[in-house]
Design a protein. Structure first.
Length: 171
């Protein structure tokens, strides 16, 4: 349970930081898999139990909870080694890919601004995101354009949007 809660919180924070720091990680790959993997690796160094490992015949020293606090340092070193290896190999692959004619790593600025799905496919892959954004914008517009027609005690709010009025008729 602790792994799920801690991993979920850290992954969520990483996704939020990605937007705040303007990182280009369209699929949240590092924010989810990288950060989640590092959290799980470090938590393994804390919660590894020699009694549990002994059930399968393995003999380990355990983690921090078994008094073997140095295991956390091993886990952190392992995460750093994995990050360094992944970064170096990915950099080499991307460097070589960028040298292949017609295989550019970036799209032109106009297509990037428009969005790769719309530029390349002519449609949005996640159209529901735009629909939600449009509904929120429409709701905010409606709230700011709400008017009331005072007719004695019975004031009836009518929403105005696109020069059309919605609401009940005045009673």
């Amino acid at each position: 349970i602790v792994f799920g809660i801690v991993g979920g919180v850290f992954c969520n924070v990483a996704v939020k930081l990605k937007h705040l720091l303007d990182f280009d990680d369209a699929l949240d790959v590092f924010a989810v898999h990288g950060v989640g993997g590092i959290c799980g690796n470090i938590l393994t160094g804390i919660f590894a139990q020699k009694d549990v490992a002994a059930l399968s015949g393995e003999i380990i020293k355990g983690g921090w909870l078994d008094g073997n606090w140095v295991q956390v340092l091993y886990q952190i070193a392992d995460s750093c080694a994995g990050l360094a290896y992944s970064f170096c190999i990915t950099y080499i692959i991307l460097f070589l890919m960028d040298k292949v004619p017609g295989l550019s790593l970036r799209i032109d600025p106009d297509s990037e601004h428009l969005g790769i799905d719309e530029a390349e496919l002519g449609e949005l892959a996640y159209y529901h995101v735009d629909r939600v954004a449009n509904m929120i914008q429409l709701h905010n517009t409606n709230v700011t354009n709400a008017i009331s027609i005072n007719h004695g005690k019975n004031a009836v709010p009518i929403m105005q949007s696109n020069n059309q009025y919605y609401g009940d008729s005045i009673h």
